[in-house]
Design a binder for this molecule. Structure first.
Ligand code: GTP
Ligand code: MG
Length: 289
């Protein structure tokens, strides 16, 4: 049986849940506690980074921010649970700061260019708390006019709660949705006619679940421009949206309860459409097959 080699490009703004996902993924495949659709075939030689982040994950301690310039790339040798297919999957644990810089400066490093060129799939992480739901202008036009008048007309007090002077705009202040869309566009353009599967991971799904939406409807509601872009390119760039709670819950309030799990892999919650499981390898399989 041949082994398929796959490079996954991992992207997402700072604190989007990238490292936590990789930590939970490594715990799942290396512990073999649950019947995940992808399982570890054999151990790769380089495991220090994976073991370090997976240890923190098991102990319910938040992983450290990934520092730009100190990112690590990890490789896992996996096979499907029926043993029919083998994959060697490489994915970089990238720093969200790096993507923030790419958005602001409109350029990326040669090393990142190489990564984009090599990648067969993109996993783009979106933290639910990073997106502010869009508001239709026609619903708030009167309020906007009164705010604008209050700021601009000399001698008129701004409405309470409004700053006396408009804040100077700079690229770093752009809405998260604009940044995500722009980064997606940059990568899709750079791939040209070469194939790229796109997985959108709404991370910390435990924080989004109370809306009772399926992950793709969640993106459609909270990031309509991103949703439009993905659908416009669907034929050449197939995409899938997963809601993934790699921790299970937030550590601040629930660490003790999470530590009680006999099989820590079962803390994880993954949603695709209306199907729920604790199999964090499902989005990876979708990306690589
Ligand atoms: N509630 C909840 N919080 C999560 C989950 N996954 C990650 N987080 C939290 O989200 C924050 C960011 O997670 P990271 O995995 O460090 O995010 P990152 O994308 O690697 O961030 P950078 O390294 O800064 O780019 C941390 O405080 C995590 O504890 C989850 O499933 N549920
Ligand atoms: Mg990180």
């Amino acid at each position: 049986m041949t082994t398929t080699t796959r490079d996954i490009l991992v992207m997402g703004l700072p604190e989007a849940g990238k490292t936590t996902f990789i930590a939970a993924l490594w715990h799942t495949v290396s512990s073999k506690e649950v019947d995940a659709i992808l399982q570890m075939e054999y151990l790769q030689p380089s495991r220090d980074h994976l073991n370090e982040i997976a240890k923190r994950w098991r102990e319910c301690v938040a992983v450290q921010r990934t520092i730009q310039g100190k990112e690590r790339s990890v490789t896992m040798n996996l096979r499907t649970s029926d043993g029919a297919r083998r994959f060697q999957v490489t994915l970089p644990d990238t720093s969200g700061e790096a993507f923030q810089r790419i958005f602001e400066n409109r350029k990326w490093a040669a090393s990142f260019e190489g990564l984009v060129n090599r990648s067969d799939a993109l996993m783009f992480f979106v933290h639910p708390n990073s997106l502010v739901s869009p508001v239709r202008i026609d619903n708030v036009v009167e309020e906007l006019v009164s705010i604008a008048d209050g700021i601009n007309v000399a001698g008129v007090e701004p409405p309470s709660g409004m700053p006396e002077q408009a804040v100077h705009w700079e690229a770093s202040r752009a809405a998260a949705q604009s940044k995500i869309l722009d980064l997606l566009q940059l990568v899709v353009q750079a791939k040209g006619s070469r194939p790229l599967k796109i997985v959108i991971v709404v991370s910390a799904w435990d924080l989004a679940e109370n809306e009772n939406l399926q992950p793709d409807n969640w993106i459609e509601k909270h990031a309509p421009l991103v949703w439009q872009f993905l659908n416009a390119h669907n034929k050449t760039r197939p995409f899938c949206v997963f809601g993934v709670s790699a921790q299970g819950r937030d550590y601040g309030n629930h660490a003790e309860m999470l530590r009680d799990y006999i099989k820590p892999s079962e803390r994880i919650s993954v949603m695709q459409g209306d199907r729920r499981s604790s199999d964090i390898t499902a989005p990876v399989l979708w990306a690589v097959e």
